[in-house]
Structure formats: structure tokens, C-alpha cells
Design a protein around this ligand. Structure first.
Ligand code: PMV
Length: 344
């Protein structure tokens, strides 16, 4: 990637940028990658509204690259090291980074210890502040290209973060690019979808997503999984233009179960389900069968269930969650489709 022709001559100057970026929930899952965070299959996600990260980055000239990161006002050395490693990878494309001190102050709006991954919103917010700095050095104003560049930089930090750069729905891979995400226009009905997150277990997961992606390299079913993801991706893109939510709902559940099946059948098998994950799935299926109310679940790489449903069924689904699912979870976060990141 060559962001600006004269980038080698950019001299570090003092600048501060603050962005708020949301998390996202994948409808079609990215699981497995090639070199350089290139996904092995296309993915598609809905951007959330309530779960987001706010990051303020102060860039100042220094004799070397240095990072000080504060999470909720407290210095966090482990995150500082992770961000330093990420920025070191970027030096060949953003050479000015080698002479900068970054003071990063970050906070998540979703409650601590929910087991909800903050890497998508966190990397998206950081990449947006970095892109802001890049455009400031280049004296170029923000445009469509700004968000592509931010998505590209976010991807190099955490794959799924590249989709958090856009509000509504976003795709990554497939017809457009493997290097950055793109916004996906959908039927108006889907712009009011809800995502109620059942936090079933908030403990840190035993196997990281990074290891899970790695296990796909030797996975006996990898090629079939990629074929399934491609099929679901194409179908989901088509269905999101129409208004048949149930078609999408079935893709959501197939994708969630396929993701976890990959973990359970990998060369070093593991399981991220909690017993209550399975109980809750059974309760959801029974409720759907009894009431014909279209509420479907999906899962990230963890035990927590995301219940996706149309706004027209909000009242009934909320009553259902409160009466039949809260005792299976530590807490419920009521989220819905969001508008994407903002400068703040
Ligand atoms: O972005 P990563 O490396 O944390 O991987 C995310 C993988 C899933 O959340 C399970 C699926 C996805 O597409 O978001």
C-alpha cells in the first residue's frame, strides 16, 4: 500500500486525534487467514451502536517509536506492547512512525469483564486516529479514501476491526477487496435490527482467536468451510437487499455453529461453549418453534450468544429474554445496528 507518494518526506509534528468506533457482529464469519491478515474467506457484519471504544491519541516527535497506553485512566503495559508491535509492522508503509511517541488514552463503553471482544472497536478507533494523523501530515482532508485507508490499517491490527470502520453493514473480501472492508447497502428493514447479547460467561477464553485462525491451516475441513462461507456470503448479500429476515436468520445460525464446529474438529480440538450456551440455544429454538417469532442467534469466538431480531418483534423478544434467558446469563447488553465511527 502506498498511501501518499511523498510519504518518506513526512516529518513528525505534534497532533491529537480522538475517535469513537463501534464493535461489530459477523453474520458470515472470518475464520482462517493467509499471510498479512488476508482472510481465507469473505465475511459480512452488522455494526453495533452501544458497544464501542473511544480512543484519544497524542502524537509527538521523539527519537524512536514509543507507546504509552492508558486504559480507563490506568497505564496498561501489556496493551502498550501489543500496540508497539502493531505499529512496528506499519513502519515500512508509514515511515514517520519510527520517530513518534504515541500517548493513547482509551476506554470501552461496554462493561468490563463481559467477554465481549474489544479488539474490533479498539483497533478501529486506534486506526482512525492514526489515519487522521496521516492525513494531517499530508494536508489532505477526509474523504471516502480516508475510511478505506483506516480500514486497511485496522485490518493489520485485527482482521474483524476493518469492518468496524463503516456503519450499518460491511463486507470484507469477496467482490471488493481482501485488504479493506466496504459498506454494504441493505434493505431499510435491516437498519433497525436488534442484537441482544447474552453474556453467558465473561471469563477470558482459553484459546485466542489468533490460535483459532492458525489451526485452520492444518484443518481437515478447511476447504469445505471456505466454500460454505463463500456460499453464505453471496446468499447473505442478496438476502440483505430483500426483506426476508428468516433467510438471513438461518445463515446466522449455520455460520455460528460452523465456526464452533471448526474449533471442535481442529487438529487441537477445543470448545468455547459453556453448558448455558447450549441450554440457551435450545430455549431459543423452542421459542421460535412455539411462537413463529423470528429471533435467531449467532456467536463470536466465545460462549456468548447474540440474539438478532427485527424491531417489529422487540417487545415480545425482550419479554422472552427477561423471562427465559436472563437466568442463563451473567448480564444482557441490548444493542442494535449503529451508524459507525465518529470523530469526537
Ligand atoms: O478479528 P479477529 O482476528 O479477532 O477474528 C475474529 C473472528 C470472529 O469474530 C470469530 C469472526 C468475525 O468475522 O468477526
Amino acid at each position: 500500500m502506498n498511501f501518499f507518494k511523498d510519504i518518506n518526506s513526512f516529518q513528525p509534528i505534534e497532533f491529537t486525534s480522538q475517535w469513537k468506533a463501534p464493535s461489530n457482529i459477523a453474520f458470515v464469519k472470518y475464520w482462517g487467514k493467509l499471510e498479512n491478515q488476508i482472510p481465507a474467506n469473505p465475511s459480512l457484519s452488522m455494526t453495533l451502536r452501544e458497544c464501542h471504544t473511544i480512543t484519544k491519541t497524542n502524537f509527538s516527535p521523539s527519537d524512536r517509536l514509543n507507546v504509552e497506553l492508558f486504559l480507563d485512566g490506568k497505564e496498561n503495559k501489556s496493551f502498550s506492547r501489543k500496540v508497539l508491535t502493531y505499529l512496528e509492522i506499519l513502519i515500512p508503509i508509514l515511515p514517520f512512525l519510527s520517530k513518534l511517541n504515541l500517548k493513547i488514552e482509551t476506554q470501552n463503553t461496554f462493561p468490563h469483564g463481559t467477554g465481549i471482544a474489544s479488539s474490533a472497536s479498539g483497533m478501529a478507533a486506534l486506526a482512525l486516529t492514526l489515519t487522521d494523523y496521516l492525513y494531517h501530515l499530508a494536508s489532505v482532508s477526509r474523504s471516502e479514501q480516508f475510511f478505506k485507508d483506516a480500514s486497511y490499517l485496522a485490518r493489520l491490527g485485527s482482521g474483524s476491526a476493518c469492518r468496524s470502520i463503516y456503519g450499518g453493514f460491511a463486507t470484507w473480501g469477496g467482490h471488493i477487496s481482501n485488504e479493506y472492508a466496504s459498506p454494504l447497502a441493505v434493505h431499510d428493514n435491516f437498519l433497525s435490527l436488534h442484537d441482544s447479547i447474552l453474556v453467558i460467561n465473561s471469563e477470558e477464553k482459553k484459546v485466542s482467536s489468533r490460535s483459532g485462525h492458525g489451526l485452520m491451516k492444518e484443518h481437515f475441513f478447511a476447504e469445505h468451510r471456505y466454500a460454505q462461507a463463500n456460499y453464505n456470503f453471496d446468499k447473505c448479500c442478496v438476502e440483505l437487499k430483500g426483506d426476508r429476515f428468516e433467510e438471513i436468520g438461518h445463515i446466522l445460525e449455520a455460520e455460528a455453529l460452523a465456526l464452533h464446529a471448526m474449533m471442535m474438529t481442529s487438529p487441537s480440538p477445543y470448545m468455547l461453549f459453556h453448558p448455558n450456551t447450549i441450554k440457551a440455544i435450545q430455549v431459543i429454538w423452542q421459542f421460535r418453534q412455539d411462537t413463529q417469532i423470528p429471533v435467531f442467534f449467532t456467536l463470536d469466538a466465545g460462549p456468548n450468544l447474540h440474539l438478532i431480531y427485527p424491531d417489529s418483534h422487540k417487545k415480545n423478544v425482550m419479554t422472552f429474554i427477561n423471562s427465559e434467558l436472563t437466568h442463563l446469563s451473567e448480564m444482557v447488553i441490548f444493542d442494535r445496528v449503529g451508524d459507525g465511527p465518529s470523530l469526537c
